[in-house]
Design a protein around this ligand. Structure first.
Ligand code: HEM
Length: 219
């Protein structure tokens, strides 16, 4: 390991920085509630990996989407396992991100100097929910179709911009090929890129500032 360390460091000079990140000190009295952020990050990586594998067989067109999911479930080796992990991790990520936000709120960690971590976090929360909303349509079965009809109708209830938003989401008045393509592009390209950038910024801020001290009764 020492040789590998020297070999990489001779060329890039980044090893002391990486060691600092991994071995930096954290408050002695943090507890399990402080692991929700890292657990969310872990599930995000699980989603990226399993989603990439699913994309090898999934076909984002109304003619083939449903059949491609059936193929993944019944014929692809470990296909149902990979899809199952993607399905349950999606719900797990929503639960964990909310748990993480509640921990941050109730320990007052959103206050000075961590307001920017909180604001980036709010956008990450919206992105996490958008992942769920766009992913739900992709199986293109009855449940997916009607859930998206209802979800987009709710957006249509907004004053002034409601109709415009529905047409933007659906790519027209009704659900069809454009809707599925838009949701797929969001789900596998735009949202992952945005989330990767923002999670990197979020974690960089945590490393720079350190994790906040748990509140103490007398202070
Ligand atoms: C994809 C979603 C998210 C990921 C991967 C993520 C990741 C992390 C990680 C790894 C930490 C280090 C401390 C810990 O684990 O508790 C952290 C801290 C923090 N997060 Fe998040 N987070 C996410 C969403 C959010 C949300 C929704 C909020 C609030 C609206 C938020 C606000 C904060 C704040 C203020 C800190 C600093 C906490 C402290 O220093 O005690 N994060 N986040």
């Amino acid at each position: 390991m020492a040789d590998l360390y020297d070999w990489v460091n001779d060329r890039l000079g980044i090893m002391p920085g990486l060691v600092y990140v991994v071995r930096r000190k954290i408050p002695a009295d943090v507890n399990w509630l402080y692991t929700f952020g890292s657990a969310t990050l872990f599930l995000f990586l699980v989603q990226a990996l399993t989603g990439g594998l699913l994309a090898i067989y999934y076909s984002p067109s109304p003619d083939h989407a449903y059949a491609s999911i059936q193929y993944i479930m019944n014929d692809v080796t470990y296909g149902s396992l990979v899809r199952g992990i993607h399905h349950w991790s999606a719900s797990g990520m929503v639960l964990l991100v909310v748990a993480h936000m509640l921990r941050v709120f109730f320990t007052g960690a959103y206050k000075y100097p961590r307001e920017m971590s909180w604001m980036v976090g709010v956008v990450l929360l919206v992105l996490t929910l958008a992942f769920g909303f766009t992913g739900y349509l992709l199986p293109w079965d009855e449940k997916a179709y009607w859930a998206t009809v209802v979800g987009t109708n709710i957006a249509g209830a907004m004053p002034l911009v409601g109709d415009w938003t529905v047409r933007l989401l659906r790519g027209g008045a009704d659900l069809g090929v454009l809707t599925l393509n838009r949701f797929y592009a969001m789900h596998v390209m735009l949202l992952p890129m945005a989330a990767t950038v923002l999670i990197s910024v979020h974690v960089a801020m945590v490393i720079r500032q350190g994790i906040s001290y748990p509140p103490r009764r007398d202070e």
